[in-house]
Ligand binder design. Structure first.
Ligand SMILES: *[C@@H]1O[C@H](CO)[C@@H](O)[C@H](O)[C@H]1NC(C)=O
Ligand SMILES: *[C@@H]1O[C@H](CO)[C@@H](O)[C@H](O)[C@H]1NC(C)=O
Length: 340
């Protein structure tokens, strides 16, 4: 883990510089005792959202099988919708459930729209996610991905959630996990948003390590075909696309979650080729031509961002020119993509 520390420091610095830390945010420890405010004293940061949600972040100690000892936190708004939608929001390395709750707009949006937010918290020192072990890269394989899926199952049952409106998003390591969740649990999610991650399986560790750092992937040295990337996705949930006929595989692709991929051209942590590789991965899965989007729009959704769309919006790529690690979360746009 020693080698990882400089990387973590950079990740933390990059994230804080962009998202800022809301002052006066109450953070709770495991016993729900308020702790010191996040990054208190860092007074020149603008908050990511005007205020976080009013319902409070609560730990759920018992959500069923938890093979990797991942912590579960939940935000349930005071005005909960009937059959609420659920968003799983996954933090970056050095982050926590509490930090992602405070730095992203999802809890505030939950107050407006009545959905539930699940914030998993990594069990590892340095708080990256395990997106490298075989366990993590396998449906019900016993890694962090398995624990996160069990949080969703628990929440759907407890709050009578809408199984057709379950979503996942994350930043950096959480974005890597978002791709893994989409690959390993395609039946669970309707749509997924990836802020500055790598393709599902790209962080695979040959030595079998959990929570390992894969430099060739991070540094943008992996260049695979859409078919190879799609094979990696299929291997995580083999029965999902097992149909032998073209019609069966088209039906399986249609049933998979919609994907939106953000990446910055100046990303020096998860280098920019990871954008192209992630697009190739989902194009391979969906059967789209990565070189021929339906539409490419410059300066969309803002100046110097370019948006490419495949399959009528099944896959959207947003390449942010000049943006480093990470692309800032776009809460209102996320609501549009999720249909909330
Ligand atoms: C699980 O994580 C908690 C902290 O969230 C820690 O206190 C506990 O010791 C861990 N258990 C195991 C078996 O690692
Ligand atoms: C890093 O991941 C790639 C796949 O993205 C894999 O081929 C390579 O073996 C991995 N590196 C290590 C050291 O495991």
């Amino acid at each position: 883990m020693k080698l990882l520390e400089p990387v973590l420091a950079v990740l933390a610095g990059a994230y804080t510089a962009q998202a800022g830390a809301p002052l006066g945010t109450t953070v709770y420890d495991d016993a729900m005792t308020p702790m010191a405010a996040l990054d208190e004293g860092n007074g020149n940061d603008a908050p990511a959202s005007a205020s976080v949600g009013t319902g409070g972040l609560v730990q759920v100690p018992d959500f069923g099988p938890n093979p990797s000892n991942t912590s579960m936190y939940i935000y349930v708004p005071a005005q909960l919708a009937a059959q609420p939608a659920i968003i799983v929001a996954i933090h970056y390395c050095t982050g926590t459930a509490q930090a992602y709750y405070a730095h992203t707009p999802y809890a505030q949006l939950a107050d407006e729209k009545g959905f539930i937010v699940i914030y998993p918290s990594s069990p590892y020192e340095g708080t990256c996610w395990d997106v490298s072990s075989q366990a993590a890269l396998t449906h019900n394989g016993g890694g962090d991905s398995n624990s996160i899926a069990n949080m969703v199952t628990h929440t759907l049952a407890k709050y009578h959630g809408d199984p057709a409106r379950v979503f996942v998003t994350g930043t950096s390591s959480g974005a890597m996990m978002t791709n893994v969740m989409a690959a390993a649990y395609p039946e669970m999610f309707a749509a997924c948003i990836v802020y500055s991650g790598v393709p599902a399986g790209c962080f695979y560790d040959q030595a079998g390590g959990a929570n390992a750092w894969n430099s060739s992937c991070a540094d943008g040295q992996i260049d695979s075909t859409p078919a190879v990337w799609a094979g990696i996705v299929d291997a995580m949930r083999p029965t999902f696309s097992a149909g032998s006929s073209a019609a069966a595989s088209a039906a399986a692709a249609a049933a998979r979650p919609r994907m939106q991929i953000y990446h910055g051209s100046a990303d020096a942590i998860l280098h920019p080729p990871n954008y192209r590789e992630t697009i190739k991965q989902w194009c391979g899965v969906f059967g789209f031509d990565a070189n021929a989007p339906d539409e490419t729009q410059d300066n969309m959704p803002q100046t110097s961002y370019t948006t490419s769309t495949w399959g009528g919006g099944k896959l959207i790529g947003v390449y942010a020119e000049g943006v480093g690690h990470t692309v800032p979360v776009r809460g209102d746009d996320d609501m549009v993509f999720f249909g909330l």
